[in-house]
Design a protein around this ligand. Structure first.
Ligand SMILES: C[S@@+](CC[C@H](N)C(=O)[O-])C[C@H]1O[C@@H](n2cnc3c(N)ncnc32)[C@H](O)[C@@H]1O
Length: 195
């Protein structure tokens, strides 16, 4: 596994990304290590064969997942911001990872193109409440359709507003944690597709 040194500090890079594209970046700061820990405790990445990440930003979840991932697992990362994507590709050269400059809405196409099995878990950093509603629905529809039966979709949000929308796609939707040590404090949503 190789993670090259970062040329830009994650914070500087993130704030710049937010100023340029506030709606799609959706947050002023990368997720804190406490939020990363809380999310990954729900995702059970250690047991997964195929893991997907939506909206990697400066890679705080990506790097934490790589430390937990099985040697034979695969991690597929979606990031639409060209600078975040380029920086991630330069820093992460682990053979288990594919960093795509593509929208999360295209998950089904890329899983099939790469010959991967259905993902056991999908970890999202997407700012659903600031994305266009049609994009949110396209992503959630493709997510549910692509997720393995028995699989889990884990996401965080800064408000509980998304709960009803998530519940309209998934078989169960729960808010499991409130992480205060994050800017801003965040709720962890755990959504399951039944076997
Ligand atoms: C709130 S930031 C989260 C970054 C990182 N996961 C974290 O927690 O620090 C949201 C990220 O989602 C990306 N993004 C927004 N819409 C996307 C889409 N449709 N597909 C993939 N990535 C997207 C943004 O470019 C940004 O990097």
């Amino acid at each position: 596994m190789t993670h090259k040194a970062n040329s830009l500090t994650p914070w500087y890079s993130f704030v710049k990304g937010f100023i340029r594209s506030p709606r799609s970046v959706g947050s002023i700061a990368p997720s804190s290590r406490w939020l990363v820990k809380a999310m990954l405790a729900e995702a059970q990445v250690e047991a997964a064969k195929v893991v997907v990440e939506f909206g990697a930003g400066t890679g705080v979840f990506t790097l934490a997942m790589l430390r937990r991932l099985r040697p034979d697992a695969r991690l597929l990362v979606f990031e639409i911001n060209p600078e975040f994507h380029r920086d991630l590709q330069a820093r992460i050269t682990d053979g288990r990872v594919e960093v795509l400059h593509a929208s999360a809405a295209e998950i089904d196409y890329h899983i099939e193109r790469l010959g991967l099995s259905a993902p056991d878990c999908i970890v999202s950093g997407l700012p659903f409440t600031s994305l266009p509603r049609s994009v949110t629905h396209a992503i959630l529809q493709a997510t549910y359709a692509t997720l393995k039966p028995g699989g889990v979709f884990v996401t965080y949000q800064y408000t509980p507003l998304l709960r009803r929308v998530l519940a309209s796609y998934f078989d169960t939707t729960r808010i499991t944690r409130l992480v205060l040590r994050n800017l801003p404090p965040a709720l962890v949503f755990v959504c399951r597709k039944h076997s």
